[in-house]
Design a protein around this ligand. Structure first.
Ligand code: EPU
Length: 337
């Protein structure tokens, strides 16, 4: 089914809760519908394909077409003694899929519990948390090419994944629309509990299982991250910068408690939230835009903020981090003009 709305409010389609309109809003529920939308030339440029709007910041009314997939379905495509291969519609809510896997005893995805968003976007953004990234699980991504309406399947290697990055955000930006993503999950869990305080949280549960790990991750996220239904936000506003080890060693002399994750022998990832916190921003606000009081990486809409106010706050934060640490931090959230 295809639905088309004109002058449509995006308030319920962005978790920052920014009240803007789009000239045209199109939803579709199958690959065939999407191909029809393309062949009938229903998309007026500029165009933007959204998921659940959990990583977007609208700055103004959108003068073009916004597309949203409602392609559903979780299909077991192949099963071996050790693994399952599951094909999931781009419009499936990410956490619904995670909960489904946990209920089936399919492992590998449980650390990604409660991440907002939809399955299609997970394959563009390479979402990640608690030591696991979507790229570790994705085997292939099925797409429709915007220019030709043809189906193209990308293998994991062809997606060029790295931290919060993929070919769909880079060289092929806006050229392919994701319809289905296939994930490989394990029937024999190898728990990934080393990150942060997962182990500590798990001591509150009688056993370690996929289900208790999911509950622990949900509890940790709920304790740190604001609920967008209560306070608009888009999760981490900035990416964690990756810097040369030599620069890190210099910084460590000045800030001996600086947290860090080794990437490889030459590079180290520094938590932007820690730096923003050290700059004194936690809990602060400029106008209606604020910094979350429990996790400084998250910017919040304190009520009726405009996209411009959030951008302004983010620029002030970038400047102070640059001044204190000589590190450039970059938004993870996409600004939409
Ligand atoms: N920290 C502070 N103060 C803060 C925030 C963090 O000192 O205000 C310190 C923490 O104490 C910790 C370190 O910084 O030592 C890292 O913090 P945390 O474990 O909360 O993770 P993060 O690096 O800030 C990343 C992801 C999150 C993901 C968590 C857990 C990015 C951009 N963000 O945050 O992803 O949930 O790790 O794996 O990589 C998202 O992308 O929207 C998101 C929430």
């Amino acid at each position: 089914m295809i639905t088309i709305e004109k002058q449509y409010s995006l308030l319920s389609h962005n978790t920052f809760g920014i009240d803007v309109k789009t000239d045209s809003f199109i939803e579709y529920s199958s690959s065939e519908d999407l191909k029809k939308i393309l062949s009938d030339k229903l998309i007026k440029n500029p165009y933007l394909h959204i998921g659940s709007g959990s990583n977007l910041l609208f700055i103004s009314d959108y003068k073009g077409t916004i597309l949203h997939s409602k392609i559903q379905g979780i299909k077991l495509k192949k099963e071996t003694d050790d693994e399952v291969f599951v094909q999931v519609g781009a419009g499936v809510e990410w956490d619904y899929f995670v909960a489904y896997c946990v209920s089936q005893g399919w492992a590998g995805i449980e650390n990604l519990s409660l991440i907002p968003g939809e399955v299609g976007a997970s394959a563009i953004q390479n979402i990640g948390a608690y030591g696991v990234e979507a790229k570790d699980l994705i085997t292939q991504v099925e797409t429709v090419e915007r220019g030709t309406g043809k189906t193209r399947i990308f293998t994991n290697a062809e997606c060029n994944y790295s931290y919060r990055q993929s070919i769909f955000k880079a060289e092929l930006k806006d050229q392919y629309i994701i319809t289905y993503v296939t994930f490989k999950l394990s029937k024999h869990p190898i728990y990934n509990l080393e990150y942060g305080n997962i182990n500590l949280e798990l001591t509150k549960y009688p056993e370690i299982s996929l289900s208790t790990i999911r509950q622990a991750i949900i509890a940790i996220r709920n304790s740190k991250l604001p609920d967008p239904k209560i306070e608009g936000n888009a999760g981490s506003f900035f990416m964690n910068p990756i810097i040369p080890r030599s620069q890190f060693l210099e910084l460590q002399k000045q800030f001996p408690d600086i947290p860090h994750y080794d990437m490889d022998k030459d590079c180290v990832k520094i938590p932007a939230g820690w730096m923003i916190d050290r700059c004194g921003w936690k809990g602060k606000a400029i106008g209606h835009a604020g910094v979350h009081s429990k996790q400084a990486l998250v910017l919040v809409n304190r009520g009726n903020a405009t996209g411009g106010e959030i951008v302004n706050l983010s620029q002030e934060i970038r400047t102070s981090v640059k001044n204190m640490f000589n590190i450039e931090i970059h938004p993870e959230v996409n600004f939409i003009l």
